[in-house]
Design a protein around this ligand. Structure first.
Ligand SMILES: [Zn+2]
Length: 329
């Protein structure tokens, strides 16, 4: 009880005092990181990891808060290109990772109302696909009320540990996913292969046609988030790294007919080689490292972001505390 009270007081202080401090001093860029935006009643919301989603109403409240605070919203690329003297004390950039269809359905229309631009980091091989990411495949398996462990799960259980019980809660499933992240993406996809995939899985990723509509009519900048969402760790071969960083860019440029100049590291992971390759081929790259970019600490290929999800940002005060870089997750 007292712990919660203290937590609330700290959050309120961060949302007021902390926020007023952020707006002063060196010129800053806050890059917001969103994944999915969905109505709470949507089945996709219920299936998703809590840390990956904001509700449609929370998202609209965030945008209203930015407007109420009179903050300029622009893309990372535009902010970097802006001369120092023209930069506002605090600018906001809005980014979405992965290329979810729900961004097109629920977030972009809100952004259009506010006249805010944004950047969508697309995984090129996933355009127009049903849930192609392993965390979602795993979640579907673990949360489904009909879930039962069969011999086909053998390889997966080797990676998760044998002691899991299905169906499980969303929080328990999130822990399993965290544990799986220790293994390479390739290993996890191999382990999932023998398990029959759920049938009738709807398309969950934005299609090329929708992406072009967003780009032309909703001020959405197209950024690259690799070809297959492989984490760019040391374990990746040189050829795989080129496919994920350089080929992905070429494919996206061909498909959209525009230059793609910004990149987003999957899961925020990168080896030294990956960082070098990205720096050679892109003007800017965003990470999952948490923080606020200032002109003094600016590193255009390792931009800091602030991840936002529903549980930690569902009031304007909590959102401003988050923008002030308060709290752990
Ligand atoms: Zn991603």
């Amino acid at each position: 009880m007292i712990k919660q009270l203290i937590k609330n007081i700290i959050a309120a202080t961060a949302g007021t005092l902390g926020w007023s401090l952020v707006k002063r001093g060196d010129k800053k860029l806050i890059v917001l990181m969103y994944h999915r935006v969905l109505p709470v009643t949507d089945a996709r919301y219920q299936r998703e990891e809590p840390g990956m989603v904001v509700s449609e109403t929370t998202f609209a409240m965030h945008m209203q808060t930015l407007k109420d605070e009179n903050l300029p919203v622009m893309t990372v690329s535009d902010w970097l290109a802006q001369p120092e003297s023209a930069k506002a004390p605090l600018t906001i950039a809005i980014t979405f990772d992965d290329g979810w269809l729900d961004n097109y359905e629920y977030a972009f229309p809100v952004l259009k109302q506010f006249g805010f631009p944004s950047t969508l980091y697309v995984v090129t091989d996933f355009l127009g696909q049903p849930a192609p990411f392993w965390p979602n495949k795993v979640l579907t398996l673990l949360l489904s009320p009909e879930a039962t462990i069969t011999p086909e799960w053998q390889a997966l259980l080797k990676l998760t540990g044998e002691d899991i019980k299905v169906p499980m809660s969303r929080d328990a499933a999130a822990e399993v996913i965290d544990k799986l992240k220790q293994h390479s993406d390739h290993e996890i996809y191999q382990a999932l292969k023998p398990i029959p995939a759920a049938t009738n899985v709807p398309v969950e990723m934005i299609s090329l046609e929708q992406l072009l509509d967003a780009k032309h009519n909703m001020q959405v900048e197209v950024g690259c988030h690799t070809r297959r969402h492989y984490r760019l760790k040391e374990s990746l071969s040189g050829a795989q790294l080129v496919e994920e960083v350089v080929e992905a860019k070429d494919i996206l440029e061909q498909k959209t007919g525009t230059k793609v100049t910004t990149f987003c590291f999957p899961n925020g992971d990168f080896s030294k080689e990956a960082h070098q390759l990205v720096s050679q081929h892109y003007d800017a790259a965003v990470t999952t490292m948490r923080g606020i970019n200032t002109l003094k600490n600016l590193s255009p290929h390792s931009l800091l972001r602030i991840g936002v999800h529903n549980d930690i940002s569902d009031t304007p005060l909590k959102f401003k505390a988050k923008l002030s870089n308060f709290g752990r997750s």
